[in-house]
Structure formats: structure tokens, C-alpha cells
Design a protein around this ligand. Structure first.
Ligand SMILES: N[C@@H](CCC(=O)N[C@@H](CS)C(=O)NCC(=O)O)C(=O)O
Length: 283
């Protein structure tokens, strides 16, 4: 790309395979599978196919929280889907998520098995199945679903917008960085103002909305997602930092963050609670 020549869009867009972007090997303008690959199935009814990105971590956080409150029937197998290698385009994965994105889950306790894709749909499915971490009626439920859906609508501006142009794009372009920074700082302010008078997003109870929002915005302010803590002046969102820190330190959240993480501090695959126990003991 020559930055000095203004881009004039052609009449009809044509796909020219990128070479510069770090996502060049996975970006495509069409859906569907690229290769045949069956998904493995483990011993538990719940089979998760995912990766420890913020969208993946939300679900493993919830599963670990369910286990922590004694729901042993929430035991699960978590299989690694390496999106950098194109695993999301394998035929077995596309069968359970035609949108080719992690996370996706299959519940084999139903006949036929139930497939669920989209992280918030998976969270709601699990929270309703186990009747935990979601208010079942009234204003509390409306508030929880509002913040849960807020996360799904807002995070693409953070990941696909701000994160992409600030951290991943081949060059730093001022126009998109300004545009998305403006929006992300507005979103952080939305959260910070809400948390000024509430312990959790919906009030006194921790629920799936906190888990979903923490996985993106909590990790942004605490762990340096996109290495943008200073640029975004995250420390100024004091209520956010207080809320995120409390969630970050929960034992189940620490466990959830380690699942489907192919590094020394994590587990590429998880098939039993003892897998995480062993990892925790080693560190
Ligand atoms: N709205 C979806 C977004 C899922 C998503 O964007 N997943 C990313 C990883 S964080 C992915 O699988 N990307 C692979 C690709 O785009 O090919 C959800 O909440 O589940």
C-alpha cells in the first residue's frame, strides 16, 4: 500500500489477498469450511471448542465459577481452536458455528446434542441451565441482559476497531486511532460512571454481565490488553479499576483465564478440574 496515493474505491470490490496484515492467512470474504476436520469429543457432556482470547475466557470463567459453587455437572472438556492456524474453518467446527469464530460449545446431555455459538448465548445457556449467575426474572434480569448485550455490541469497537488500528495494523494511522480511541474512552466512562454507585455492574450481585464485560474491559485496564494502559489513561477510571481488580482476583476467574491458553502459564486443553489443580501446584 502506498500511503501517499489516496485510495479510490473501485465500482465493485475485489478480494486481493493481503500480505501485510498479521491476520492475512485467516481473513476471507466468504463463509464455510476450508477443510475436513472432525472435532474431538471428550468424556463430559459439555464440550467447549475455544481459545483464551477475551471472548473465550468469558465462558471458561463461567464454567469455573459454576464448578466453584459445587455444580459438578458443569465439568467440561475444553479443546483448543487455534484461530491463527485456521482451525475455525474446519468442517466440524463450522458445523457447530457457521460463523467460524470461537467460542462454540456442544451440550451432549440433550438428545440430539445442542450446539451453541456466540459467547453471550453460551453464557446465557449455561447460566439458565444451572440457574446461577443470572437473575431469573424482573428488573434484575433486564439489567443483567442489558449489560451482557452492551458488551457484545460494544467490544467490536474495542477489538476490531481500537485494538486493530492501535496494535495490529501495519502502520499507525491517526484517523482510525482517534476515532476508536474516542469511542473506547467513552465506553470506559460509561462503565466507570455505572460502577461509581454499584459494587458490580448490576448492583450487589456478581453475574454473567460482569464476567463478559471484565473479560474485555477489565483485562484492558488491568493486564495491558493491546499495551494501551498509558495511552488510554486507564488509571483514571478508578471505579472500573476497583471492580476489575476484585473480579480478576477471584479463584475461578484465575482458573478460567488459564484454559485454552497454549503457554507455560496455561493449559492448551482442559479435561478435568485436576488438570488446573496440577498447573496451579507447579506455579
Ligand atoms: N461475537 C462473537 C465474537 C467471537 C470472535 O470474534 N472470536 C474471535 C476470537 S476473539 C475469532 O474466533 N476470530 C477468528 C476469525 O475471525 O477468523 C462472540 O462473542 O462469540
Amino acid at each position: 500500500m502506498d500511503d501517499t496515493t489516496p485510495y479510490i474505491p473501485p465500482k465493485v470490490w475485489q478480494w486481493v489477498e493481503e500480505s501485510e496484515s498479521r491476520f492475512a492467512s485467516i481473513n476471507r470474504p466468504v463463509a464455510g469450511s476450508t477443510h475436513d476436520k472432525e472435532l474431538p469429543v471428550g468424556k463430559h457432556p459439555l464440550q467447549l471448542y475455544s481459545l483464551a482470547t477475551p471472548n473465550g475466557v468469558k465462558v471458561t470463567m463461567l464454567l469455573e465459577e459454576l464448578l466453584a459453587i459445587g455444580r459438578q455437572d458443569a465439568e467440561y472438556d475444553a479443546w483448543l481452536i487455534n484461530i491463527g492456524e485456521g482451525d475455525q474453518f474446519g468442517s466440524g467446527f463450522v458445523d457447530i458455528n457457521p460463523n467460524s469464530k470461537i467460542p462454540a460449545m456442544v451440550d451432549h446431555s440433550t438428545t440430539p446434542p445442542t450446539r451453541i455459538f456466540e459467547s453471550a448465548a453460551i453464557m446465557l445457556y449455561l447460566a439458565e441451565k444451572y440457574k446461577a449467575f443470572v437473575p431469573m426474572d424482573g428488573q434484575e434480569r433486564a439489567e443483567c441482559l442489558s449489560w451482557l448485550f452492551w458488551q457484545i455490541g460494544s467490544a467490536p469497537y474495542l477489538g476490531g476497531g481500537f485494538g486493530h488500528f492501535y496494535a495490529y495494523a501495519p502502520q499507525k494511522w491517526e484517523y482510525p486511532i482517534n476515532r476508536y480511541t474516542m469511542e473506547i474512552k467513552r465506553q470506559l466512562d460509561v462503565l466507570d460512571r455505572n460502577l461509581a454507585s454499584r459494587r458490580y455492574l448490576c448492583g450487589d450481585e456478581y453475574n454473567i454481565a460482569d464476567m463478559a464485560v471484565y473479560s474485555w474491559y477489565g483485562q484492558l485496564v488491568l493486564t495491558g490488553l493491546y499495551d494501551a494502559k498509558e495511552f488510554l489513561d486507564v488509571a483514571s477510571y478508578t471505579n472500573m479499576v476497583r471492580w476489575a481488580t476484585e473480579i480478576h482476583e477471584r479463584p475461578a476467574v484465575k482458573r478460567g483465564r488459564r484454559v485454552n491458553r497454549a503457554s507455560k502459564s496455561g493449559l492448551a486443553e482442559r479435561h478435568d478440574a485436576s488438570d488446573l489443580d496440577a498447573l496451579e501446584q507447579r506455579q
